[in-house]
Design a binder for this molecule. Structure first.
Ligand code: ZN
Length: 82
């Protein structure tokens, strides 16, 4: 069974649950920070990470897609930026 990621508020779930091989990451991170966070946890688990992305110990890419889509607040921020 491959390592999976789920999104849960910090403190509500173990960072890594060995029973389900699930990494809990805080919700609301952008894609880049989600990858960084996942890589950090995987590195703690002694899973060697490639230069980009996050991989399971078997070498398969870990799916970092949130199951529950977040509200998109980005469009308006772009309008007001710069
Ligand atoms: Zn795997």
């Amino acid at each position: 069974m491959c390592i999976r990621v789920r999104f849960a508020p910090i403190g509500s779930a173990p960072v890594f649950d060995p029973a389900t091989r699930t990494i809990a990451l805080p919700p609301g991170l952008d894609r880049a920070h989600t990858v960084i966070a996942a890589r950090a946890v995987l590195a703690e688990l002694a899973v060697v990470q490639p230069r980009f992305g996050a991989v399971c110990y078997c070498g398969a890419e870990v799916d970092l897609t949130p199951r529950i889509p977040q509200q998109r607040a980005g469009e308006q921020a772009v309008t007001h930026g710069a």
